[in-house]
Design a protein around this ligand. Sequence first.
Ligand code: GLV
Length: 326
Amino acid sequence: MTRPSILVTRAVFPDVLDHLRQHFEVEANQADDAWSADELAQRLQGKAGAFTSGADPITAALLARCPGLKICANMAVGYNNFDVPAMTAAGVLATNAPDVLTETTADFGFALLMATARRVTESEHYLRAGKWTRWAYDMFSGCEVHGSTLGIIGMGRIGQGIAKRGALGFGMKVIYHNRSRLDDATEGQCRATYVGKEALLRTADHVVLVVPYSKESHHTIGAAELALMKPTATLVNIARGGIVDDAALAVALRDKRIAGAGLDVFEGEPKVHPDLLTVPNVVLTPHIASATVGTRRAMAMLAADNLIGYLVHGKPLTPLNPEVMA
Ligand code: GLV
């Protein structure tokens, strides 16, 4: 029996490729070349599966050119690079990589919150530039974290992980806003109280965004929302670029409308709005919230096991549109 062929669109752990090669003919991209949409479509000819990154757009136009494609397995929990309705219409299964990154990503959300509140990178740049010649009583004074109010927008698994860290580790009062309210038991475990979005923005000392990207969540935070926040508050975005209006945020940071921001994701990344690069009160990281060796390996293995699960055994692990299997 001929083995199915698959495409791995980006460089990945060599042992994950070995795992895939036990079941498939694998075309890999270990040189990590950037492929255009046209090149991606060409390379997908004759492939039954694709191991994709969260930056590979899987669109209706691409699917129309790849009639043999049966599954795209994203090595990311977010899947706004997938047009899921178009995939379903084309009979292509979509899978993502949830759960394995929850705690690691919640850790990083907290790291960005701490770095932003306590001005870690700003003060490091000052030190590295040789500007630290003497101590001063108000040097890089930041915002309190322990005992403050943490506002979380998007209370899925990662949001809940951040809530627990804040409530149990730092004695924070946790408020959250979400499309739907959590059940009482989950709210209790997270020590979190549901509030409206406006109340959250007005009250929180630290606002953390963990909401998935969609047309509806585009610019969840823009100039109007930033104007509601306390001038002493910080904003952290570990969700997706486009959840925040980055141009409006740069203005708010420049004018000290809010105290600071920590951003791991950007509109149009890997490009970063130039004004964000010039304001000092922002911590910037290149979309690395899930980046520990163990977690990235687990995400890659889950994407691989989704391909094997579906194409070899007919049972994917984390399908997003299981109706295509009916
Ligand atoms: C990272 O952003 C992911 O969605 O896994």
